[in-house]
Design a protein. Sequence first.
Length: 338
Amino acid sequence: MKVLLTGGAGYIGSHCAVALIAAGYQVVCFDNLSNSRPQAIERVESITGTRIPLVVGDIRDREAVRRALTDHAIEAVVHFAGLKAVGESVEKPMLYYDNNVRGTLALVEAMAECGVRRLVFSSSATVYGQPQYLPLDEAHPTSATNPYGRTKLMIEEMLGDIAAADPGWRIGVLRYFNPVGAHDSALIGEDPNGVPNNLMPFISRVAAGRLPELSVFGDDYDTADGTGVRDYVHIVDLAEGHVAALAALTTIDRPLSIWNLGTGQGYSVLDMIRSFERVNAVSIPYRIASRRPGDVATCYASPAKARDELGWQASRGLDAMCASAWRFERMLATRNSG
Ligand code: NAD
Ligand code: WQD
C-alpha cells in the first residue's frame, strides 16, 4: 500500500517512515520543510535502503496535495504536518489555526476529491487538559489550555464530523503522550531549532555542554518528588503504533477511532535526569525554577485500548529512551564538527 506522510521529514514522521517501510508499505513524504530538512529523508533512505519521494509542498495548498495524491496513487495518509510549539501558539494563534486547522481542512478536502479516505492523524495528550482522573483513557473529557491544544481539539472534532457525514472514511486519531529518543542508528532524531521547549532534548543539550543547566519547572507539585510526571514513550515504539493503526483501519468497521499511544508509566523530571545520568555516565547540572504556566502535575496514559484493538504495546523502557537520545546528540556533535 502507498502511503503519503505529511510532515514526513519531521521528528515523528521520519521515524514512522522507517517503521512503515519495514512493514512493507511504500512511502511518499510531503513536507514544506518549515521545521525540518530534506537530509532527514536521505537518512531514512540510508536506514531502509529504499528510495523515498519527497514532495516539497504545503498542506494548505489543496491543489499541491491533490497532485501528490494522484501522481503517486496514494491509498492512505498519515498526517504529521503541523506546528507544535505551545508558547509560540500563544503568541501567534492565527499562524497555528491557519497551519494546523486550515491545513488539515485543505488536506481532507483534497483526499475526498481523490477518493482517499484512510487517514491517521497526529493528535496529542494535550487534548485531555487538566486530568480529572488517571490514567487517562480515551473517554476522558477533552479541553484545551492553549491555542496549540485547541488546534488539535478542533481538528479532532472536524474529523469526527467528516466521519459522521461519510462513514466510508477510516480515520485513526492517535493521541501521543511524550515521544522521546531516537532510532538505533542515531541517524535520525529530535533536533529542535533554537532552545528546546521539551525536557528530553533540553537534557541532551545540557549533557553535551551546548546549554549550561536545566531548569526544573517546579518541585512543589503533588507528586512523589514534587516534579512533574509524564508518560515518555520511545519514538520507535510510537512509530510502530502508527503501523498498527494503519493496519487496523483496514479491518476495523468504524469510521473513526481514537487511540492513546503511551506506556502507562509516569516518570518525574528528576527520574529523567537521574536515568539519563546513570545510563549515559554524564552529569546534568540543574536548578529548581518556578512552575511553567499551563503545566499539569501528572499525566500518563491508559494504553489498554491500543493494546486490545491494535495489538500495540510500548516495549522500550526509559534506559533505551535516554541511551538513544544521547547517541543521537553525540552524532549531531560529530556531524556539526565534520
Ligand atoms: P516536527 O516539527 O519535527 O514535524 C512536523 C513536520 O511538519 C515538519 O517537517 C514541518 O516542516 C512539517 N510541516 C509543518 N507545517 C506544514 C505545512 N503547512 N505543510 C507541510 N508540512 C508542514 O514535529 P513532530 O514532533 O514530528 O510532530 C509531528 C506531529 O505530531 C505534529 O502534528 C505534532 O503536533 C504532533 N505531536 C507531537 C508531539 C511531540 O512531542 N513531538 C506530541 C504530540 C503530538
Ligand atoms: C515534560 C516535563 C515540564 C522542560 C509538551 C506539550 C504537549 C506535547 C508534548 C505536542 C514537564 C518539565 C520541561 C524544561 C522542565 N507536544 N520540564 N524543564 O509539557 O508534557 O508536553 O510536549 O503535542 O502538547 O505541551 O512536555 O517535555 O515540555 O515537559 O522541568 O526545560 O518536564 O515542566 O513536567 P509536556 P515537556
